[in-house]
Design a protein around this ligand. Structure first.
Ligand code: NAD
Length: 548
């Protein structure tokens, strides 16, 4: 069975929000978008959009009949109830993979998953706003650009980056590095993933041996030319081998699916070993091997750091599992948020995305032009929307992402709504964001790592964000556990709005798209960041009498 979202400006559900939810759920599972649609897996290891195929069909059937004063509740990918609420309430409320803290482990999750009682929602998989690899491309581009500014005079020209993983998220790395002028060696164990990134022009070439990869990389570095190389191999083997040979890249990071030691990260295997069989026969023994290989992988990154490379964790929790695998120095290098992104979070900035329900690329191109006019002074944004977006193809429904902050997103949302109202766009626009976000996440090894006031693990903030977005009029809201870094390590919330050109949509958009990034500024101001306090003062965010 192959899924694809309907296109065009005719809806079959009772309202555009229900129609949008239906299309976005199906779009998450479009084979152009999802990593393994046949298993309902969208990205991020086993991040799913619905618990089972039967559950998917039931959700779609409910959305087709859901009235404009009703709300559907979805528990870990299963429709569990429809309640009479009120017209401005969210039409769907989702909760994904949440466990009581003392039980918040992969073991307990896996037990419940096997019983059919839960689903891993990752971040935008279970909240129905994944848009393919573009979704992460701009964030990855921004992160490497920030690394270039901080360490290499503003460009990655003449540098080599070594990383792992070319999956749904990790597949953006090669293009993000080359867009910043650098050379990337991306170690990936699965030849199909390498091929997929070559097919979509995210990756330039494939190398089957370390010798070949190093030769290509050194040559491009010498010439100052951008080049991305997909190297077939296991990162736990390749990186230690690089260290043994005395090779040190300028930058080293990783985006293998290390958040999930049982089903994500692949250990070093002998030719006749099948990971699925090993997992089934001896899950504990398999996990031990994985942890020990993660330790070897992370140790090589720390060695490279000692030899002069800039090392950073890219949000997959490799450090924590490497430590469990016996490598005590795993936390020697920082996460990407404290290293490069926190300043942006202080302004409520982060990935803001939108999708054209018409299915027409022209609708997205028109919104690109509108955004360029709305924020003419933002040079990075204009480079992205003019040069960056030429480098890749749309996957599924045409979509766009860019980073906007507090008192910017509401302007963009209202403008899109006007464009729909005036008929400039063919159909409504869906607006959402990643959970890589300033105000909606508690994730001590990622978004909230090394907070100024040590409040890294305080999870009241994403709960406040979730509830505020619901009462502000989001189209759908979700609350998740374990996204990005795995079970026990994060709690986070999502929100989506729909610009259908109506006055009701404008009312919802203005509130949600102001309040949602506002919670990011609030969270950082309360943690003591001067920059966030200043943003609150200058842009009129009421911090309830707290010193601003
Ligand atoms: P994915 O499962 O789609 O891809 C992971 C890739 O790693 C796969 O292609 C797999 O073959 C490869 N791999 C696994 N073990 C390997 C090994 N030992 N050596 C080489 N390759 C190996 O996952 P994804 O969506 O690309 O996400 C990658 C990681 O990033 C996940 O842990 C995810 O939770 C995390 N993540 C990061 C961000 C961020 O903003 N930085 C956001 C969401 C998720």
């Amino acid at each position: 069975m192959s899924y694809k979202a309907p296109r065009g400006n005719q809806r079959t559900a009772p309202g555009w929000i229900q129609e949008a939810a239906k299309r976005m759920l199906l779009n998450n599972l479009d084979p152009e978008v999802a990593e393994k649609p046949e298993e309902l897996i969208v990205y991020g290891g086993r991040g799913k959009a619905a618990r089972s195929h039967a559950d998917l069909q039931r959700i779609l059937a409910v959305l087709e009949r859901l009235q404009n004063d009703e709300t559907l509740l979805v528990q870990s990918g299963r429709a569990v109830g429809v309640f009479k609420t009120q017209p401005l309430a969210p039409r769907v409320i989702l909760a994904n993979s949440n466990l009581v803290p003392n039980w918040a482990t992969w073991e307990e999750f896996d037990r419940l998953d096997r019983l059919g009682l839960m689903m891993y929602g990752q971040m935008t998989a279970g909240s129905w706003i994944y848009i393919g690899t573009q979704g992460i491309l701009q964030g990855t581009y921004e992160t490497f650009a920030a690394a270039a500014r901080k360490h290499f005079g503003g460009s990655l020209k003449g540098t080599i980056t070594v990383t792992g993983g070319l999956g749904g998220m990790g597949g953006a790395q090669p293009l993000a590095v080359t867009l910043n002028g650098g050379v990337a060696i991306c170690v990936e164990i699965d030849p199909e993933r390498i091929q997929r990134r070559l097919d979509t022009a995210y990756l330039d070439v494939r190398a089957d041996s370390l010798d070949e990869a190093l030769r290509l990389a050194e040559e491009a570095k010498r010439k100052g030319q951008p080049l991305s190389i997909g190297l077939l191999g296991n990162a736990a083997e390749v990186l230690p081998e690089m260290v043994r040979r005395g090779f040190t890249p300028e930058l080293v990071t990783d985006q293998t699916s290390a958040h999930d030691p049982l089903y994500g990260y692949i250990p070093v295997l002998k030719a006749d070993e099948d990971p699925a069989l090993l997992r089934q026969r001896d899950p504990e023994g398999y996990k031990k091997r994985v942890l020990s290989d993660m330790a070897a992988h992370c140790r090589a990154m720390v060695e490279m750091q000692k030899n002069g490379a800039v090392a950073f964790d890219y949000g997959n929790n490799l450090r924590a599992f490497a430590k469990l695998g016996g490598f005590e120095e795993a936390f020697s290098y920082p996460g990407f948020v404290p290293a490069f992104i926190r300043d942006q979070f202080c302004e409520g900035r982060g990935p803001f995305r939108w999708v054209a329900l018409s299915g027409k690329p022209e609708d997205i191109y028109k919104t690109d032009q509108a955004i360029l006019k709305l924020f003419p002074e933002d040079a990075g944004l204009s480079r992205w929307l003019t040069e960056g977006v030429k480098k890749f193809k749309f996957q599924g429904l045409p979509a766009r992402i860019c980073w906007l902050g507090y008192k910017e997103r509401d302007k963009a949302g209202l403008l899109f709504n006007e464009m729909v109202r005036k008929g400039e766009l063919e159909a409504p626009i869906v607006i959402g964001r990643d959970h890589l976000d300033a105000g909606s996440v508690a994730s001590p090894y990622r978004e909230t790592e090394a907070m100024l006031d040590t409040s890294d693990a305080v999870a009241d903030w994403p709960i406040l964000n979730f509830a505020l977005n619901a009462v502000s009029g989001a189209a759908w809201v979700s609350f998740h556990h374990g996204g990005g870094v795995g079970m026990g390590y994060s709690l986070h919330a999502g929100q989506v709005t729909v610009a259908d050109g109506s006055e009701e949509a404008a009312f919802r958009l203005e509130r949600v798209l102001t309040n949602d990034p506002g919670t990011g500024v609030m969270r950082h101001a309360h943690a003591g960041y001067e920059q966030a306090k200043q943003v609150a003062r200058e842009r009129g965010l009421d911090l309830a009498g707290w010193e601003q």
